[in-house]
Ligand binder design. Sequence first.
Ligand SMILES: [Zn+2]
Length: 220
Amino acid sequence: MNRLYIVLLFGVALLAGCSVAGDPIPTLVPPTSAPGSIEVPREVISLSISLYLLVDDKEEPDPEISTHRTEEDLREILEGMNDIWSQADIRLELQIIESVEVPKDILQGMLARNLGPFFREIGDGIALPQTSAINGFYIRSIGGSNGINPFRSPTFFVIDEPTVFDRRVSSHELGHILGLHHVLNDPGRLLFSGTNGMTLTEDEATVARYFAQGIIQGTR
Ligand SMILES: [Zn+2]
């Protein structure tokens, strides 16, 4: 009896040893596509966008207060924005890129972050050829920030020489327009302030898509 018992015990120990040492741990990593959870690709949401170069005079812009950027710069920024926002399957469709004249005193005020007069004069002393769902304004400087999304408007302003990548600043401000707030714990994220982080989480993508739909449907 003892002999049989020992043999059985040895067999059990051997089996146990085998399963630990020899096999990969089988159940910790879930299969990449569980049956019944096949992912359907998300529909791409398109938002129209207009981009504007803010100058005091189209013919002879004063380099002290007018943007130094060109239309080509803005096209490149938009390409980068579409790269970043493809994480949420949101696509920006360019409507227009144009220089816009802003009266000198108003433009000067804007460099000190006084944006009220600009918005009051749109359609009056400031002629915008058109507005889109999203409107990006490129300005010489704006009171020390890289960019700003003022008054919960569908507009953002980005300066000529930000401390981080151009496409990142514009994409970050778009994030605010699309309902996203700053994150504080991960510099790799698009909504972390003042870094080159460009990552959007799935939750952020979901919120941004919800806001984008609202903009398209005119509910925001
Ligand atoms: Zn921000």
